[in-house]
Design a protein around this ligand. Structure first.
Ligand code: PLP
Length: 383
């Protein structure tokens, strides 16, 4: 089978869980299965069930988290500091919430938010910062929370890459302000599509929970008790962003497989890549904190000396797909089209190549990718 850059790892157990919802329960919308998934997620993270809110995508999670904080602050039209090197969902979520994303630079060594650069872009309109745990790296979170406290702004963490990661002995999603995960098909766990908001502020949690169901108050709790809201009133904008029982059924199986299967496999494969390629001329891995225990979602490496494109092409010719995570958002027309210059984000964009990484790869697959990279770097000349 052809080597894949990333893929969903689902099988009989997930299929059986979906069958159970389809054939036995028959209620496909948001009901008991979602309640159970939320309870299991809360137990996994060590937080209260009322602090976790399951939604239909990671983008929706970010949108609702931002919107809730903006409502509590009366910060309509406010600014959010976001590292430019992220999936464009982070930026689109900010504009979806009626806010303005302010693109910030990242650190060359890690690809995560450069807090000094963010501080320079702070204005009276800034009400939140959105750190992205790029390539599952949470090392900067203490500094980000410090910064936010000093400046009196809120933190919406884009932890789409970081489900299952541990920082400072604590799971990502067990601390912070608002933490958002994605369960799309290729993330550390999947619910088909899906997302999660973890909200430590009870008022924000309430707003997010209602907003996912058109802002009908307490509708989630009613659905979990099998009651429908036939006589609703609403006081604010809401969305149809809830998770379905079908998605939750997949997610529950995946959650149970994370620590036993997916996390050790991802860690071992990433470690093997680094063992085989570190120290080689022309390739540099991003730095992580050795005290963190991360579950790598992607494995970007810097191909230096202007050799990224020829190396990518040479790998493609021998059947090895590579990815680009990401084109910096400040270069996209909708987000300014390059009106600001962010040197580190632009340099990383010129260098980063994501290598195949998912639990379906064998050690032998990784060995052959590494061999191809060594051969390619030896033949592609420095420009
Ligand atoms: C996947 C991802 C998202 C969005 O999640 P979806 O579930 O695909 O909507 C947001 N930010 C980052 C960094 C992501 O990788």
């Amino acid at each position: 089978m052809a080597l894949r850059l990333s893929r969903s790892i689902v099988g009989k157990a997930e299929a059986d869980a979906v069958s159970r919802v389809l054939l036995e329960d028959g209620y496909l919308g948001m009901g008991n299965e979602v309640r159970l998934f939320e309870e299991e997620l809360a137990a996994y993270l060590g937080v209260l069930p009322t602090q976790v809110i399951a939604v239909n995508t990671g983008t929706a999670a970010l949108h609702l988290a931002l919107e809730a904080l903006a409502a509590l602050r009366d910060a309509a039209g406010g600014e959010v500091l976001v590292p430019s090197l992220t999936f464009l969902a982070s930026f689109q979520a900010v504009t979806a919430a009626g806010l303005r994303p302010v693109a910030c630079d990242v650190l060359r060594e890690t690809g995560t938010l450069d807090i000094n650069d963010a501080e320079k872009r702070l204005t009276v309109k800034t009400f939140a910062v959105m750190p992205v745990d790029y390539a599952s790296n949470p090392w900067h979170l203490d500094e980000v929370h410090d910064f936010a406290r000093r400046k009196g702004i809120r933190v919406v963490e884009d932890a789409a890459h970081a489900f299952g990661c541990v920082h400072g002995g604590r799971k990502i999603g067990s601390f912070g302000d608002m933490v958002c995960f994605s369960f799309d098909g290729i993330k550390n766990i999947t619910s088909g599509e899906g997302g999660l908001v973890v909200a430590f502020d009870a008022q924000a949690a309430r707003l997010v929970s209602d907003a996912r169901l058109l802002s009908v108050e307490n509708d989630a709790e009613k659905r979990f008790a099998g009651i429908r809201s036939w006589d609703p009133d609403v006081k604010r904008q809401g969305w149809r962003y809830h998770m379905s029982n079908i998605m939750a059924a997949i997610g529950r199986v995946q959650l149970a497989r994370l620590d036993t299967e997916f996390a050790p496999a991802r860690r071992a494969l990433a470690a093997l890549y680094k063992e085989r390629l570190s120290g080689l001329d022309g390739i540099v891995f991003l730095q992580t904190d050795p005290d963190d225990n991360i579950v790598p979602h992607i494995l970007p490496a810097r191909i230096t000396d202007g050799r990224k494109d020829p190396v990518k092409q040479a790998l493609a010719r021998v059947g090895i797909p590579t990815g680009v995570h990401y084109k910096p958002n400040h270069l996209l027309s909708f987000f300014g089209g390059g009106a600001v210059r962010l040197p580190a984000a632009e340099q990383l964009h010129a260098e980063l190549v994501s290598l195949p990484l998912h639990p379906g790869l064998s050690r032998q697959d990784v060995e052959s990718v590494c061999k191809a990279i060594r051969e390619t770097l030896a033949t592609v000349s420095v420009t």
